[in-house]
Unconditional design. Structure first.
Length: 647
């Protein structure tokens, strides 16, 4: 079915009549493959079945799956451009080179003042076709099965289970196994948790492995912390050390795999029912033709879905604008609008559409369409801090992202005082939850306390991975040394992001409230100390340049300003050097509405009949994994739900 052009204002029943009788007034002339356009006037006032706001990690997945049906027309709106062939994106080794902070390739945000570090910090996300998959560190891994099942409990969605999500991790991927040489070196995987034939290529690429440093790191982790070598990090228990697959094309010199190369490039010449508008920002939902829909008649009473007799509102389209003072056009959707703008910009889009906390919306002068206090809250971000050491032989450098990762649990971080640490967390969850609610970072204190207790049980009793040691010797090419980027996987700090004004081009207010739950600093110190211990094992010393220290160096001189306290030294290093990992989740959480939830178990925004959010913002809890693979899995899951519930 071709998109319908809409002249004037018509009622929803009339739109339905047009759609079902396939009458196209001034029908689109797109033919052949997918249309990638940069002129919104071409599609202004046309009606698509679905509009997707954001062409990133999730948005292009949903677009691909929906347009598998040739009778369904989809429009994707993307603020960035088509960067697939831009060298900084094309070459995965540029992740921390030309893309980070570059407004052509990333959306750049600055946090509000963070009291503990006495400064602001940068947040960023990918911009252009592929979103953050065009600028990320390429790691493909999954959290523990127990974590996923706990997220299901938090969400109130019985369908949210490890078995279900594993199905979609597998559906998304096309695994290319290691070469014989890498297999001999110890690179392994578990066929039962992987798949060949999905859209996203993942592999163990020879160019990323140099041999001696990675093997030394794996052995050093076993000696230092008793961390076992894990066969596969996607198998449901990542507490150990493992070699990790990444999203690059095998044997193609670090050519990046993104959602654009996976879900768009192979299909764009054969999907005339897909249109992508680049260089334009979806600014807000259009409600002009909305008619309330009785939720009682359509909702099911399971899996966290909406229920009751309140009226659900229908969005009829999306307003778009290319620049602050440029023209605005409205494009219409007959079925649904799917918001996929990421953990910072999806809540911004909802708030500018009148969906959010009345307090926030009233402050910026935005009319309240649907009061939903959880929008923008519960932001949970991981932070990274690094150490390094000189490598003995630069011929041992790999290229690209890390191929070797260790994830110790709390007992391995705090072997001497684990009971005291557990008691401290138990004694402080109420305080942290109260402070989060008072700061506007959470909606329901009791719900957050319950979440914290589930996290504590997982960390202290069920041996969830607590810290990641991201071992690298390749990101910076010929100048690469040995490095470890260390981050706490399950921070207790909660923050928020909100619209600054009703102008969609004003940057949002971003306050992750880093380190406000003080246990996060303690866990980060423990993670760094654990990484240093690995660097000082005989195995890793054998690949380090003799006589050179781990940096930053600890000695009597460097400890003196801190009264000789190693803890105080590392705390200062953390607060002076930390950076966001760009793994923010939770700002449109899938959880009960009264707990601060924004979407139900079908990814549908509470109070709406046809608006969903599908991206990292719906993930209700931080994970012991990089977000990329999980967002792909969530998007595949959401796509199936949308198709099953097609109106």
């Amino acid at each position: 079915m071709t998109p319908i052009s809409l002249y004037g204002l018509v009622t929803i029943p009339f739109l339905v009549f047009l759609i079902f009788t396939e009458i196209a007034v001034a029908a689109s002339t797109f033919s052949g493959g997918a249309a990638i356009i940069s002129d919104a006037s071409i599609v202004s006032k046309q009606i698509f079945d679905y509009i997707i706001v954001g062409a990133g990690n999730a948005g292009l997945v949903v677009a691909n799956r929906l347009t598998e049906d040739s009778n369904i027309n989809v429009l994707v709106i993307e603020a960035g451009t088509d960067t697939r062939n831009a060298p900084p994106v094309y070459m995965a080794n540029e992740t921390y080179g030309q893309t980070q902070g570059n407004s052509k390739y990333s959306h750049n945000f600055e946090t509000v003042f963070q009291p503990l570090s006495s400064d602001t910090r940068q947040q960023w996300s990918g911009k252009g076709l592929g979103g953050s998959t065009t600028v990320n560190g390429q790691v493909w891994n999954a959290p523990s099965s127990d974590e996923v099942n706990v997220m299901g409990l938090i969400s109130g969605n019985r369908a949210f289970t490890w078995d279900r999500l594993l199905k979609y991790y597998k559906k998304a991927q096309n695994l290319n196994g290691p070469s014989r040489e890498l297999a001999t070196m110890g690179v392994t995987f578990d066929n039962d948790v992987h798949h060949r034939g999905g859209p996203v290529d993942i592999c163990f690429d020879d160019i990323m492995f140099s041999g001696p440093p990675q093997v030394a790191f794996v052995k050093g982790c076993l000696r230092a912390h008793g961390l076992p070598k894990i066969r596969d990090s996607q198998a449901g228990n990542p507490n150990g050390v493992f070699y990790v697959p990444t999203t690059v094309y095998q044997h193609q010199n670090l050519k990046r795999v993104s959602s654009a190369t996976s879900y768009l490039s192979p299909y764009e010449k054969i999907r005339p029912n897909l249109t992508i508008l680049v260089g334009w920002r979806g600014t807000r939902l259009d409600w002009s033709q909305q008619q309330p829909k009785d939720s009682k008649s359509s909702s099911k009473k399971r899996n966290g879905q909406q229920r009751g007799s309140s009226k659900l509102l229908r969005a009829t389209g999306v307003d778009v604008r290319a620049e602050k003072d440029g023209p605005m056009y409205t494009i219409f959707a007959s079925k649904e609008v799917i918001v996929s703008a990421g953990a910072i910009q999806s809540p911004l889009f909802l708030e500018l559409s009148g969906i959010g906390s009345p307090t926030i919306l009233n402050k910026i002068g935005q009319a309240v369409i649907i009061p939903l206090p959880g929008v923008g809250t519960h932001m949970t971000e991981q932070c990274q801090v690094g150490i390094s050491a000189n490598v003995k032989d630069r011929r041992w450098r790999g290229q690209g992202a890390s191929s070797s990762i260790a994830q110790p649990n709390m007992a391995q971080l705090f072997p001497r005082n684990i009971s005291a640490v557990a008691a401290y967390v138990e004694a402080n969850v109420n305080r942290w939850a109260s402070e989060a609610v008072e700061a506007g970072a959470a909606v329901d204190r009791n719900a957050l306390v319950a979440e914290y207790k589930l996290m504590a049980r997982g960390l202290f009793r069920r041996k969830w991975a607590a810290s990641e040691n991201f071992f690298g010797n390749g990101f910076f090419g010929d100048e690469s040394d040995l490095s470890s980027s260390v981050y706490t996987l399950h921070p207790f700090s909660r923050g928020f992001t909100h619209a600054r004004s009703i102008d969609p081009f004003d940057l949002p207010i971003v306050d992750p409230r880093y380190w406000t739950a003080d246990i996060d600093v303690d866990m980060e110190v423990g993670g760094i100390q654990a990484a240093v211990k690995v660097f000082n094992t005989p195995e890793v010393l054998s690949v380090r340049e003799p006589g050179t220290p781990v940096l930053p160096e600890i000695n009597a001189t460097t400890l003196a300003p801190f009264g000789g306290s190693e803890y105080a030294f590392w705390r200062n290093h953390i607060l002076s050097t930390y950076g966001a990992l760009q793994h923010a989740v939770g700002t449109c959480s899938m959880k009960p509405r009264q707990h601060g939830g924004v979407v139900d178990g079908n990814f549908k925004v509470y109070g709406t009949a046809n608006v969903r959010v599908v991206d990292a913002s719906v993930i209700p809890m931080q994970m012991s994994a990089h977000t990329q693979a999980s967002v792909y899995a969530f998007a595949e899951w959401a796509s199936d739900i949308i198709k099953q519930q097609r109106m």
